[in-house]
Design a binder for this molecule. Structure first.
Ligand SMILES: *[C@@H]1O[C@H](CO)[C@@H](O)[C@H](O)[C@H]1NC(C)=O
Ligand SMILES: *[C@@H]1O[C@H](CO)[C@@H](O)[C@H](O)[C@H]1NC(C)=O
Ligand SMILES: *[C@@H]1O[C@H](CO)[C@@H](O)[C@H](O)[C@H]1NC(C)=O
Ligand SMILES: *[C@@H]1O[C@H](CO)[C@@H](O)[C@H](O)[C@H]1NC(C)=O
Ligand SMILES: *[C@@H]1O[C@H](CO)[C@@H](O)[C@H](O)[C@H]1NC(C)=O
Ligand SMILES: *[C@@H]1O[C@H](CO)[C@@H](O)[C@H](O)[C@H]1NC(C)=O
Length: 340
């Protein structure tokens, strides 16, 4: 279908649009892993080496675990009392996760300045004892809102943390709690085409074999995915460049070939982005149905039978943002040949 659209559009201004958002003929059908109660907005997820999925809730300060199978139940791992919401999550050392908790409302898109903290979640004894070991790593008194988190340097315990309202990316040392604003430029700030105050949202590091080390980040208001070359400390060593635009992007991950699997919260789609060409291909979801309503994050499975299985969180949409509202959920997509 998109091929004929390309042919008729090739000499017009729509040519650029066509080239940037081709649709696959056959979309991957999402399967439900777990659906939370209606009124739940979800945010993010991380997959443990055991295959189990840790996922964060916006409408409660809760971290849950679900099994990577259809119609799984959900187990509460921890509720961060004193906070309203949990956003980004990243693993540093094996089964050592870090999450961002704070006070914010999905319905009104407001966040309380200075309410954000990073916590360490040690999952190593969760199965034997039923409890995760939790300790606070750092407060962020100057942060407006903390959203995405991505591993930067395992040996040094460094992660990137995105503040979409401030429009900047910080580096946090999870071992010492020290943090500072490391990236703050015209592609991280909230700006046109959309008026949402959400600038930089997802942030992840990727390096092709023998290629440069890059930090990739999405910007929701600017509807783009960008990247910057960095050194091992996370300091940029070159200019930021736009990888793809025209996608109201939330969080994302990479396949083994270095393609980006991007959750497009604005159009309820998962797209595949080839960073070498900027080509964007829709592989699942549609703005015309709620299969992937307000899809917010994506991570591949880690078991040997899940190398092409993408797990995603559905924010679910909310009344403040308009559009249909469905319960927050974890779904899975068997990408199979969609990755080829
Ligand atoms: C992969 O296999 C494990 C059992 O080893 C199973 O629990 C899991 O649900 C499977 N994953 C998928 C996506 O089918
Ligand atoms: C999952 O639940 C749905 C709805 O209850 C049901 O139709 C479907 O058969 C279930 N699938 C599996 C694999 O259990
Ligand atoms: C978050 O808001 C609650 C009230 O809903 C308040 O009791 C709590 O102190 C706030 N937490 C932070 C970290 O600001
Ligand atoms: C980002 O840089 C601008 C100046 O270009 C400054 O006004 C703003 O405070 C900086 N933001 C952060 C979070 O450091
Ligand atoms: C959504 O529906 C509209 C109207 O039927 C159609 O023009 C559009 O192509 C559809 N979009 C997708 C992504 O399927
Ligand atoms: C969920 O709740 C919202 C808000 O009350 C409502 O509009 C929507 O129809 C509900 N959806 C389902 C699937 O129950």
């Amino acid at each position: 279908m998109w091929a004929s659209f390309c042919l008729i559009a090739i000499s017009s201004a729509a040519g650029a649009l066509c080239a940037s958002v081709p649709h696959k003929l056959t979309l991957v059908t999402p399967q439900v892993v777990h659906t939370f109660p209606n009124g739940t907005n979800m945010e993010n997820l991380a997959v443990r080496a055991s295959g189990q999925i840790l996922c964060t809730i916006i409408t409660a300060p809760d971290l849950y675990q679900v099994n990577p199978s259809v119609n799984s139940s959900a187990t509460l791992v921890y509720s961060f009392s004193g906070y309203e919401t949990v956003f980004g999550i990243a693993e540093v050392q094996p089964d050592q996760f870090y999450v961002l908790a704070g006070n914010a409302s999905a319905a009104t898109l407001t966040s309380v300045e200075g309410s954000w903290s990073a916590f360490h979640v040690d999952m190593t004894s969760f199965e034997s004892s039923g409890v995760a070991t939790i300790d606070k790593v750092a407060d962020f008194p100057d942060a407006l809102f903390l959203n995405g988190m991505g591993l930067l340097n395992l040996e040094e315990g460094l992660v990137y943390v995105a503040d979409p309202y401030a429009g900047a990316i910080s580096i946090l040392n999870v071992n010492t709690g020290a943090h500072y604003v490391a990236i703050n430029n015209s592609l991280t700030v909230p700006a046109a085409p959309f008026t949402t105050p959400l600038g930089v949202n997802g942030v992840h590091v990727f390096q092709e074999p023998d290629g440069p080390l890059y930090v990739y980040f999405s910007n929701t208001a600017q509807s783009l995915l960008a990247r910057m070359p960095i050194d091992a400390t996370g300091t940029p060593i070159g200019d930021a460049e736009v990888v793809a635009s025209g996608i109201m992007a939330d969080d994302f991950t990479f396949d083994s070939d270095g393609n980006v699997l991007q959750a497009v919260i604005g159009s309820d789609e998962i797209v595949k982005i080839d960073p070498s060409t900027g080509t964007v291909t829709v592989i699942a979801g549609s703005p015309n149905n709620t299969e992937l309503r307000s899809v917010s994050a994506a991570q591949f499975g880690r078991l040997s039978n899940e190398t092409t299985t993408l797990f995603v969180t559905l924010n679910g949409g909310n009344l403040g943002a308009g559009g249909p509202v469905v319960p927050g959920a974890v779904k899975m997509l068997d990408l199979g040949e969609a990755l080829a």
